[in-house]
Structures are given as C-alpha cells and as structure tokens.
Design a protein around this ligand. Structure first.
Ligand code: XMP
Length: 531
C-alpha cells in the first residue's frame, strides 16, 4: 500500500467499509488539522503497522456482518496497540471479531436519537451527560466482547457507545461525522487529540512547503507542462508548481471558442501578468468551431472537443519545444512531465459493497488520453487534498477569490449549454445571457452560495411581443443548483426579485432572446448540464 502521508506527521487511517460518509470522516479529521487517509477495509494489519498511524477509524457501511461476502477486517489490527474507533458497521466489526454478540435486526434504525453518557468515557470529555446523535444502522451489538464496557446508551440500544480503555478500542453505533450529530466533531476531537495524541500539524502552510519539496524531488531539472483551464484545480496546481519550480513550468491555455465572456482575459491577466507564469495562449476557436459545425448530438460534441483538445495541446507542446531550441537559456529536451489538478476524492479507491467489493478509481474525463498519447509522466501535487483544502492553498498562494471560489465549468464549455448547433451567433447570445446571470448572482451575493448558476440556450423559438412588434426569438433557461459534489443536486429557491431582474435584463439586453425559463429539476433524474 502506497501512502502519500508526510512521514513525520500525525496520521489517522480510515478503513473504508463502503459508507457514504467515509470521505466525510476524512474531512472532519483534517479540519482538526490532522492528516487522514482513506484505505480499503481489508488492508492487512502488517501493512497498517508499517504505515504507523496514530489511530484508526473504521467507517460505517451498508452491509450486515452476517451477509455473505460482507467486508471483514483483519482482526490482528485490534492487537497492534493502535487506538481504534469503530463507527456503526465499524463497531459491529469490532464486536463480531472480538467475541461479542451482534444480531441482525432486519430493520434499519434511522434518524435522530438521544445518547445518555454512562461512564465518563474520554471520548465524551467536556460533552455533559446527553447528546443528540444520528443513527443509521441495521445490526446491533447485544453482548460486549471481554474487556469492553458500555459508555453510552440510547432508548433502543444499551451499547450505543462502548470502550475497552485498556486496549484503547472504542465503538459508536451512531455517526459522529455527520452534521446531525451536532457535537460529533468534539467526539472526534477527543479521539484524535486525547486518545491518539495527534499533533495539529496538518496545515495548508506546511502542505505547501512539503508539496514544493516533493515536486522538486520528482521533476529534478526537467520541464513540466500543464493544461490550464482557469478552473480552481488547474489554477491552484499552476500556482503551486510555479512556486516550486518557477520557469520549469509552462502552462498552456487553450481557447476553444467555447469559453465564457472575457475568460481568456482573466486567465492571462492572473497568471501571465500577476504571477509571471510562463504561459502559452493558444486561440484555437476557428478549429473547434469548424469541427463542431452542424453537430447536434451531445456525445458527438464531447468527443470532437476532447479529440481537438489533445491535438491542439500536442501541437502547442511541439511549438514550445521549437522555441526552447532557439532559446539557449532553456533546457532543450522534451517536456517529460504533465501536471494535473487531480484531487483526493478522485483517487480514493472507494469500495462498492454488495457483491464483490471492487476497487474503483475515477478518472478525470477532461484530460483523458493525454498522458498515454504523449508519454508524459504525471505530476499531481494536490492529489492528497479535498476541494476546500485546495481553495485554502490557492488563497495562501495569492490567487484571487475570483479564481479560488469560482463555480465548476465543464471542459466542453458552452457547447454543452447550447442545445443543437454551435455557431458563433448562438455562442454570442449565450455568452451575453450568461454574463448577466453571473453579474446578478455576484451582485446579490448568491454566486458563492450555490454550486452552479448559468444560462442554457435552447433550440426552440417562441412568439413574443416587443412594442407593437411580434417577435419570434430564442429561449434561455436558467440553471441554478445547489450540490455538495455534483453527484446529486437540487434547484435553488432564489428570491423572485432576483429571478425577475435576471429575466428582464436578459430579454431586454440580449438581442435574439424573448423568453427566459427557470429549470426546476433536481439531479437525479435530470443532470446539471443540459447535454
Ligand atoms: P452533470 O451534468 O453530469 O454534471 O450533472 C455534474 C458536474 O460535472 C460538471 N461537468 C463536467 N465537468 N468536464 C468537466 O470538467 C465535463 O465534461 C463535464 N460535464 C459536466 C458539471 O458542470 C457539473 O458541475
């Protein structure tokens, strides 16, 4: 098992039994300024010992310990002398493997409960006698393993919190990591600081220093190229690499003609002028729009844009090489490394329970194919970080809020927000409408409170009236959603006044639009983008 943990830092390992909250646990621990890492549930005790964590947390999971093929821990882990906190299914694993009794109730206890704290466990230091907690479990502990005592009970369970102080083994039937357990963070804090004796040494300042050292070690005096999109992840990666290796980094910014209004100006200003990053700007608008001419199928659009991007990027790299050959000061050899803004949620080997636990690694669809095709080695300096941590790093490196807190924007750009044919005229209509949406969202401060807010141009014209004139013009849809991670989403209940202002500005100011609709679909069953 490879771990990217800094050797001398405190560290909590989280064994993933497939809970939807596994990543939340990891984030909560990091919020306590302690490094945490998610590893598969079946990591052998010997491997864990080598990783030398200060503590281990066993996540919850959807299985029952009695299910055929249920994920089982290596029970040797409980004898390593490392403190362990089992949450929900993690507690069941602990009880099951250490000689307690777990029963399958056949019903899931789900929802809020009240925990009575019964024996002054260190886990609940400073938390009083009772706590609101959030339950979501099917199995239940009915007899404790030898050495264990009850530390808290709920109405439905005598063993809602248990501990073996001697062996430093702790278990909670409820979920301390979720917001519905309001003082859960303090429970985790007690475990991490007082039971595992972790130091608060995971800060973004220390991360930046270490990441820079690591990058320098990895790339030596070789050259690195990065496809800068202007999004948060690639921007922070660029700023970090620039700090680490200066001019050994070259960013390529491809204008595919599908960007929002003034996007190319912003990126060139921030990175070229303010940061003095070596930036190659490629205007490939004509090439992309020609390739997209007459294409209306969404998948086809995406495929064309992906392929064109690889071709343009490859060509730009060759041009850079030719320049380097002329410029005697620069190393002549090729670009050995490609930098990517891969984040931690993309690399966690998440287990899927229900059948065989399978290791699934998500890949970043925008740059797929580039490393293989061009034989790059990858530099991924933020692959340990969650999104909120990447933002903090960005701020510390001096990136403006405008970049650090920007909303996600899809790689294929406005092409997937123009239904039907992508033409210069339709792009210009959508850009103007989109600019109004962005500026009103920012002015009302809603921009930073939602996941995404944008305009979509439909291939539908409808009748309207302007003055005495009948019009027959385009329809714009407003898509404004809230979401945690883009996987599910809901439409935002924006104030009517704001919707009214956006609508009237678009139909008054954008030539060619006479109707504005508001999308009130959630994901699922809809998606966030329209294509
Ligand atoms: P959907 O439309 O699938 O979008 O609900 C979920 C999130 O992903 C973004 N998205 C993309 N991001 N390249 C990206 O980098 C893409 O091709 C792409 N397609 C969708 C979308 O904006 C939303 O945040």
């Amino acid at each position: 098992m490879k771990t990217s943990a800094p050797a001398k830092h405190s560290k909590i390992l989280i064994l993933d039994f497939g809970s939807q909250y596994t990543q939340v646990i990891a984030r909560r621990v990091r919020e306590l300024q302690v490094y945490s890492e998610v590893v598969p549930f079946n990591l052998p005790a010997a491997e864990i010992k080598k990783l030398n964590p200060n503590g281990i947390i066993l996540s919850g999971g959807p299985a029952s310990v009695y299910d055929k093929g249920a994920p089982q821990i290596d029970p040797e882990i409980f004898s390593l002398g490392i403190p362990v906190l089992g949450i929900c299914y993690g507690l069941m694993q602990m009880a099951h493997h250490l000689g307690g009794q777990v029963v399958f109730t056949g019903r899931r206890e789900y929802g809020a409960g009240m925990l009575q704290i019964t024996n002054g466990s260190q886990l609940f230091d400073g938390l009083g006698n009772q706590l609101d907690v959030w339950n979501s479990h099917g199995d239940e502990v009915t007899a404790l393993p030898k050495g264990f005592l009850a530390a808290g009970r709920t109405e439905s369970s005598d063993f809602a919190a248990v501990e073996d102080r001697q062996r430093k083994l702790y278990g909670l039937q409820f979920h301390p990591e979720v917001a519905h357990t309001p003082r859960g963070k303090e429970i985790l804090q007690n475990f991490v600081y007082h039971i595992c004796h972790c130091a608060m040494d995971w800060t973004m300042g220390s991360f930046i220093e270490e990441a820079c050292r690591r990058v320098r070690r990895q790339v030596g005096d070789e050259k690195v190229v990065l496809g800068l999109s202007g999004g948060v992840d690639s921007s922070v990666t660029a700023a970090l690499l620039h700090k680490a290796i200066g001019d050994q980094l070259t960013c390529i910014f491809v204008n595919n003609g599908l960007l929002r209004a003034r996007e190319e100006e912003i990126v060139q200003r921030v990175f070229g002028e303010n940061f003095h990053v070596r930036l190659k700007y490629v205007d490939a608008t004509g090439r992309f729009l020609t390739a997209l001419k007459g294409v209306t199928d969404p998948e086809q659009k995406r495929k064309i844009i992906g392929n064109e991007f690889i071709a343009v990027f490859q060509h730009a790299t060759e041009e850079l090489l030719a320049q380097d050959r002329q410029n005697k000061a620069r190393k002549h050899g090729g670009y050995k490394f490609l930098a990517q803004g891969t984040l931690y949620p993309d690399v966690i080997e998440s287990v899927s329970i229900g059948g065989n636990p399978a290791a699934v690694i998500k890949s970043h669809h925008n740059v797929g194919g580039l490393p293989e095709k061009m034989h790059f080695e990858l530099v991924e300096p933020v692959r340990q970080l969650f999104k909120d941590e990447v933002r903090q790093v960005g701020l510390q490196l001096g990136l403006p809020k405008e970049i650090v807190y920007r909303q996600p924007f899809p790689g294929p750009g406005l092409a997937v927000r123009i239904l039907g044919d992508v033409t210069p005229e339709r792009l210009s209509i959508l850009r103007e409408a989109d600019m109004i949406v962005q500026s009103e969202m920012k002015a009302s401060d809603w921009y930073y409170r939602v996941w995404q807010s944008f305009a979509v141009l439909l291939p539908v014209r409808s009748v309207g009236v302007m003055g005495d004139q009948r019009t027959y013009e385009n329809t714009i849809v407003l898509r404004i959603v809230e979401s945690q991670d883009g996987m599910t989403a809901d439409w935002v209940r924006l104030p009517y006044e704001l919707l009214a202002r956006i609508s009237s500005r678009i139909s008054n100011e954008v030539k060619g639009v006479n109707r504005v609709c508001f999308d009130i679909s959630s994901k699922p069953p809809s998606t966030i983008e329209w294509e």
